[in-house]
Design a protein around this ligand. Structure first.
Ligand code: C5P
Length: 405
């Protein structure tokens, strides 16, 4: 069934990119209803939007020729309400639940997902009030695509640049198609952790984060709300995913513990460092002082803490086991982890087949047995793992809504 998107444009230089968003949505077979804030027309011409979409641009709620309440009618027609670009002012007004113009009244009346693509100067994005507003909106279920780090209109560079039109369109299309994981909230960890030795050196590992990012991307594409806690990696944030960057195991632990009560599933695919230097030197260790004797101390085992601290069955816990050795040994280690860390599913894989690779082979180990998959691309493995998780949750709890089409 074809979808309808209300494309709300607010007054930012990036408004010209909303023209491309409208065009790409139209190309994807989506009906686009353009809506402007008062200031949007100072940046882009309504004629361009009506020409591309074949629909009139709406700005005012006070159009006497319109039969009925315009915001309610637009909300009724729209499967998704998208704010492209969303200025700091629009985020503030949305966070307050205001309804003093057509765009905000439409957002309040939306019957489906509301998505924002923020665009502003990096200092405006970093301002505590914008941070507060964004957090409020996220808690209200508003989906964010971007902003991203890059050049902004002033010529400076930083976090505040609007996401590229193609990424915004992917996120809108994704929001328009509730997938089989709609209603589920997932926390995924990915990548390595770095444990500092001094201001320039650290202990790390070779995890690329590809598996965790694939899990986050596929879960979001299938309709889940996804928070991704990422160690230092070079992967781009998948559309529709809320990302938190961390460096050390302790930082990752804090981010996971902070989010755990609000999620249905935790997938710990990160290669968390087991040890860290007992003390971090405040100044660079000097070669002339000779090789230091590094004393290491144990890091917290985040997954074990989650499993052993769980009173009921929530959140559903998935751990990874990266091992070297024969299949039988790898599976035996995974079984041991399943029991000791008190988790629901362990994804066992071999270091030589996995680290930095785009494909992998995995053994899914749970209380009922072992299932081997691959080698196939990590995106396909992500789908296998997520389908297993969905199946297990459906067995234990009311099923999430089925896909609509
Ligand atoms: O015990 P091992 O490190 O092999 O367990 C791997 C699993 O435990 C992975 O899911 C990993 O993310 C998690 N882990 C953790 N905290 C640690 C070490 C591992 O959560 N300190």
């Amino acid at each position: 069934m074809s979808k309808t998107v209300a494309l709300c444009v607010s007054g930012s230089i990036a408004a010209y990119k909303a023209v491309e968003v409208a065009r790409l949505l139209g190309k994807a077979g989506v009906r686009v209803l353009p809506v402007f804030t008062e200031s949007a027309a100072k940046f882009v011409g309504p004629v361009t939007f009506s020409g591309i979409t074949g629909e009139p641009v709406r700005t005012s709620m006070w159009d006497a020729s319109f039969p009925g309440e315009m915001h309610v009618k637009l909300a009724q027609d729209a499967d998704v309400v998208a704010m492209v670009p969303a200025t700091a002012d629009l985020l503030a007004r949305l966070a307050q639940g205001r309804a003093d113009d057509l765009v905000t009244a439409l957002a309040l009346s939306a019957r489906g997902p509301v998505l924002v693509a923020p665009s502003m100067h990096p200092r405006m994005w970093a301002h505590p009030s914008t941070t507060r507003n964004a957090a409020t909106l996220r808690a209200d279920g508003v989906r964010f695509v971007g902003p991203v780090d890059g050049p902004v209109a002033s010529g400076e560079t930083g976090m505040g640049r609007m996401s590229e039109p193609a990424d915004i369109v992917s996120a809108i299309l994704l929001a328009a198609e509730p997938g089989d994981l709609a209603g589920l909230s997932l926390l995924v960890t990915a990548g390595p952790t770095y444990e500092d030795i001094d201001p320039v050196r650290f202990l790390g590992n070779r995890s690329s984060g590809k598996m965790g990012f694939a899990l986050a991307a596929r879960a979001a594409a299938r309709g889940a709300q996804v928070k991704l806690v990422a160690g230092p990696v070079a992967e781009a944030t998948p559309p529709g995913v809320q990302r938190v960057d961390v460096r050390s195991a302790e930082e990752m632990r804090a981010a996971v513990m902070d989010a755990r009560a609000r999620v249905d599933v935790v997938i710990m695919s990160a290669a968390v460092a087991d040890f860290r230097p007992e003390a971090v030197s405040a100044s660079k260790l000097k070669k002339s002082d000779g090789a230091p004797a590094l004393r290491l101390t144990q890091n917290p085992d985040i997954l074990a803490e989650l499993g052993q601290g769980r009173t009921g069955t929530a959140p559903f816990l998935v751990g990874f086991a990266l091992e070297t050795g024969a299949d039988a040994d790898v599976i035996a280690y995974a079984r041991e982890k399943l029991v000791r860390k008190r988790v629901d599913l362990v994804v066992a894989n071999h270091a030589a087949e996995s680290l930095g690779k785009d494909e992998n082979r995995i053994h899914l180990v749970d209380a009922s047995g072992v299932e081997t998959h691959g080698p196939v691309p990590k995106g396909a493995l992500a789908d296998v793992i997520l389908t297993r998780v969905r199946g297990a949750l459906r067995g234990a709890a009311p099923a999430p809504p089925a896909p609509s089409s």
